[in-house]
Write a protein that binds this ligand. Structure first.
Ligand SMILES: [Zn+2]
Length: 465
């Protein structure tokens, strides 16, 4: 009986299916050479691991505009040259640099105790004496925005939120608002400081740093992030109903304009007149970990993929690898590249900046006239378990402004479920990278380059006469 009912239900579902599911992708055979390159990268790729291991070990953390980021550029030029890239160069630019100093937070009353905190980028400095104030709590930026200034003046704002892990990382946009906008709003309402629940999803006692800017003429105030366990502790203390007083000490300084730069390397195409394919990442990192996941991995993935094309022969189009500088503190590298090259034609631009976990979706925006190319790309990635996403929307961080300008884009979406456990924390270290998933990324980017670079040819043999 159950069996019959189940069969009937299955038949009903089956007849309903054609109307609900999109038509299957047209069968586009993947070039055998591209398929072979993809499968070889998946089976074994030492290049990507070698790059991220080398960068995080020999340079370590590399905050934008610092001497460490300068060493990273030297390391990058040497590495990319050694790998056989051509036209390896640095395009320099400068940016204002903020430096972290001593940081602490302690509850003075009603239950004296220390809390784990880190300053947000461009935080105002409290000076060594710190600022002391009563905590006023909000569960969102909107709640803070709605509060009268009289309720906030002279206090330390605390913003809580309920960010959850998501596969595509979409929660970062909404729940990142306390960090990005909270400090400015709190300052304009007269707060003496602000602490936010870290924009993260782990429960280690590691606060997550990240950038923010005081805008609209707001005076910089000390602005920090509490680790998730400390934010929850704060919420419990507040629930007891007594006034909560905190001393917040975040010492920092602005050291003025400092040099940064984009490191660029190319695999020259057979036809130099054709627009290049750009694959990017960012070389700078936050200062708490060693920037393995964010974004040493991305630089490793895109360079390893391009290297595998170089090993196979010459692409028709030039492949341009860009390791952007100073992404974390305001997309300075992406904006500099756009100012110099944004008006030049690019066949496609793409960026790897979401860790090292496996690619699960491909999105592209190549334009209606290139639908067949977008379909061919999706078909070449499907054997890696990568699902076809949008053909009308694809972007990235450093390439974001150029994507907005209308340059053709591809996005290989990585699984971000655990990305915000590590993001901008001391836990962003090499051991968090899974070599097998890293290889899957390299395989995906190799396939992407194989399709978009227009066909690879073996280097011509030089005949002896
Ligand atoms: Zn990043």
């Amino acid at each position: 009986m159950i069996r019959i009912l189940t069969l009937a239900a299955l038949l009903a579902t089956a007849t309903a299916l054609p109307a609900q599911t999109p038509p299957p992708a047209p069968a586009i055979p993947t070039d055998a050479r591209v398929a072979a390159l993809r499968d070889a990268a998946l089976a074994s790729d030492e290049y990507a691991w070698d790059i991220v291991e080398g960068l995080t070990t020999e340079v370590g953390q590399r905050m934008a505009g610092t001497e460490a980021e300068a060493r990273a550029r030297v390391w990058a030029v040497r590495k990319l040259t050694a790998l056989g890239f051509s036209n390896v160069r640095v395009e320099p630019f400068a940016l204002p640099v903020w430096e972290r100093g001593f940081e602490s937070a302690e509850i003075l009353a009603p239950f004296p105790q220390k809390m784990a905190i880190t300053a947000l980028g461009n935080s105002g400095s409290s000076g060594p004496a710190g600022v002391t104030g009563q905590i006023i709590a909000f569960d969102s930026v909107d709640a803070l925005r709605a509060a009268p200034a009289s309720a906030v003046r002279g206090k330390i704002v605390f913003i809580d939120h309920r960010m959850m892990p998501t596969q595509d990382g979409s929660s970062y946009g909404q729940f990142g608002a306390p960090r990005r906008q909270g400090p400015t709003i709190a300052s304009k309402k007269g707060a003496v400081g602000i602490v936010v629940r870290s924009i993260g999803t782990d429960f280690h006692r590691n606060p997550h740093t990240g950038n923010q800017n005081f805008t609209d003429g707001a005076t910089p105030i000390p602005a920090g992030a509490l680790s998730l366990p400390d934010a929850e502790q704060m919420a419990r203390i507040l629930k007891r109903g007594k006034p909560v007083t905190m001393r917040l000490t975040l010492v920092s300084r602005n050291i003025g304009s400092r040099p940064s730069g984009n490191v660029i390397a190319e695999a020259p195409g057979r036809d130099r007149a054709l627009a290049p394919v750009l694959v990017g990442c960012h070389l700078d990192s936050w200062d708490l970990g060693t920037g393995a996941v964010d974004d040493g991995a991305g630089c490793a993935i895109v360079a390893a993929a391009a290297k595998r094309i170089i090993d196979a022969g010459r692409p028709l189009r030039t492949i341009r690898v860009v390791w952007f500088g100073a992404e974390e503190v305001g997309l300075f590298g992406g904006l500099d590249y756009r100012a110099r090259h944004g008006k030049e034609p690019h066949h496609a631009i793409a960026e790897s900046d979401f860790g090292a976990d496996r690619v699960w979706r491909v999105d592209s925006k190549l334009g209606a006239a290139r639908k067949a190319e977008a379909e061919a790309l999706a078909a070449a990635l499907a054997p890696l378990g990568i699902v076809r996403g949008s053909f009308e929307e694809a972007s990235g961080s450093d390439i974001g402004p150029m994507a907005a300008d209308g340059l053709p884009t591809v996005e290989l979406g990585q699984d971000g479920t655990r990305y915000f456990d590590l993001h901008h924390t001391p836990d962003d270290t090499l051991d968090k990278i899974d070599p097998a998933q890293l290889r899957q990324n390299v395989a995906a980017w190799t396939a992407m380059l194989g399709v978009l670079s227009g066909g690879i040819e073996q280097p011509r043999r030089i005949r002896r006469r």
